[in-house]
Each structure stands twice: as C-alpha cells, then as structure tokens.
Design a protein around this ligand. Sequence first.
Ligand SMILES: CC(C)(COP(=O)(O)OP(=O)(O)OC[C@H]1O[C@@H](n2cnc3c(N)ncnc32)[C@H](O)[C@@H]1OP(=O)(O)O)[C@@H](O)C(=O)NCCC(=O)NCCSC(=O)C[C@H](O)C(=O)O
Ligand SMILES: [Mg+2]
Length: 293
Amino acid sequence: MAASVRPRRSALYMPGSNARALEKARSLEADVVIMDLEDAVSPDKKAAAREAIGAALSEGGYGDRELVIRTNALEGDWGTEDLAFAAKAGADAVLLPKVEHAEQIWQAEEMLSAAGAPDSLSIWCMMETPLGMLHAEEIAAASPRLGCLVLGTSDLAKDLHALHTRDRFPFITSLGLCILAARAYGLAVLDGVHLDLDDAEGFEASCRQGLELGFDGKTLIHPKTLAAANRIFAPSGEEIAWSRKIIDAHAAAEAEGSGVVLVNGKLVEALHVENARRILALAEMIEYRESNS
Ligand SMILES: CC(C)(COP(=O)(O)OP(=O)(O)OC[C@H]1O[C@@H](n2cnc3c(N)ncnc32)[C@H](O)[C@@H]1OP(=O)(O)O)[C@@H](O)C(=O)NCCC(=O)NCCSC(=O)C[C@H](O)C(=O)O
Ligand SMILES: [Mg+2]
C-alpha cells in the first residue's frame, strides 16, 4: 500500500488517556489524529487509554480525519495487547514506535493479520533511533502495508546526544535519509514535533524548513499549532496559479509538437507538469476538506 494521496499537513498527537483531547479532536482542523498509547501515557493508564481510544473510535464523529493509533513497542510490556486492539479498533493506521528493522514490521503484520485486521489498515513507522535511520531503506521497503514514515526527533536527539538547535542542523542527515527512503518507496513522510509551545516563530520556521526538505506535513503536540502547519504545508495561491499556467502552456506547446516551453523565462518540461498536477490535486483535496468541515 503506497501512501494514499491525501492532505497530511498536520498530524496532532494526543494521549489516549486524555478524554478531553480525544473529544476535542472531532472538531479540530487536524488532517491526521494520532491517538497515543506510548510515551504520552503513563504505565498505570495504558489499559484505560486503550479503552478510551476504542470507545472514541466506536463513537466516531472524526469526519475524514485520518485516524492513527500509536502503540507501544512489541518488545515491551504492552505492545502485543496494543496491536491486537489496534487491529480491530477502526483506525486507518497503526503507528509502530522506534522501528529499526524490517523484521519488526513483518512481526507486526503477522500479528495484525492473525488478529483480523482489515487489509485497509496501514502500518506507519516512527523513525527515531540511530539504527532506524541507518536502516531507513530496508524499513520503507518492508511491506505493501506501509503508508508513512514519521520522524521522532525527540528520541533521536536523546540517542544522538544532539541539541535541538534552531536550524535543526543536527538532524539534517536523518531527516534526509527518511525522506529519501519514503519517496523511493512511495510513502508519505511527516516531520518531528516542535517542543517549545511558546516559540511560534521557531515553529513556523521549522514547518517551512520541513516543507522545503520535502515533508508532507508536521507532527504536532498542541491544537494552537494546527493553523500554521495547515497554512505552510498547503500549496500557496501563487503556486496554484503557477501550476495552472505551466500546465496550460505545456499543453499548448505539445499541441504544436514541442515538449518544452518557456514560461516567464523559466523552462517547463513534462516533469514540471507532473509536479504541477500533484500540487493541484493536493490543493483540491484541501479545498474539499475545508469546505466540508
Ligand atoms: C502539552 C499538553 C500537556 C498541554 O496540555 P494542556 O495544559 O491541557 O493545554 P491547554 O490548556 O493549552 O489546552 C487547551 C485546549 O486544547 C486541548 N488540547 C491540548 N492539547 C491537545 C492535544 N494534543 N490534542 C487535543 N486537544 C488538546 C485541551 O484539552 C484544552 O481544551 P479545552 O478544554 O477545550 O480548553 C498537551 O497539549 C498534550 O498532552 N499534548 C500532546 C502530548 C503528546 O501526545 N506527546 C506524545 C507525542 S510527541 C512524541 O512522542 C515525539 C516522538 O515520539 C519523538 O520521539 O520525537
Ligand atoms: Mg519518540
């Protein structure tokens, strides 16, 4: 399952143990809702969080937001139960933490199938350890059930002994490896969280950097960051107008037997048209979503 094309500008995490957050997500403008069973949930609340997520998903009301359950690691205390639960909870994807080898995905896949997961349930992988980064390609290629790689820059910083600098230079190699792997195997790819909720300027700068690097969107920890992520990861009015213009200009050139054309002094070839079509398709899906929410 290569990533379905849909907006993933904003992916909001929430602790599965936070009933108010699960409720609030029904009306928030998040493209993706990540219901967490892992780090945001304390050990004594793991079972209750599973129940709360199950109840929230059964009740529904999330519209066309993409619904994702992040489980605990299979190697740990709660992972097996989490995965059996996620198999039939009604989510769109299960997000495995700290993925480092293809074998972890194969194991999860077997367990999901044994637990009766529908074929449509996608597997997403947290990329957040040095070994995971070194195995990014093996992970991205592991299974047709894979849909998305999600950067975990907090765990990564810890393992690398790196600092959260403003330019995120310490993470650039890792971000690049994951984007390469995701794009090579047709997966979506989401950037890591910005931890400082009082730093709106730094947050926007990290979104713009993520967009420039090629990410589809950003993972978030608070609703107040949704609007900026949605704005920055959506095609701008200028990009949409340019895309339409070059598609038309290239079609006209083709009708006259030429594969290339200059538009405002810039060379336009079939590859630019392909990208312009992707941008317009994304813009249309965003417009549809926003006018129906
Ligand atoms: C960080 C928070 C604990 C702050 O929560 P709170 O003090 O409740 O914030 P506010 O009072 O400002 O909240 C205002 C209203 O918004 C709702 N809210 C807050 N956060 C969320 C959310 N994430 N999703 C949905 N709704 C949310 C509050 O309920 C308030 O609602 P209202 O009652 O109407 O006023 C909190 O934001 C939080 O828990 N955030 C998520 C933390 C989390 O999930 N962490 C794990 C994922 S990040 C990670 O693991 C990184 C990765 O693995 C890596 O390694 O990098
Ligand atoms: Mg993490």
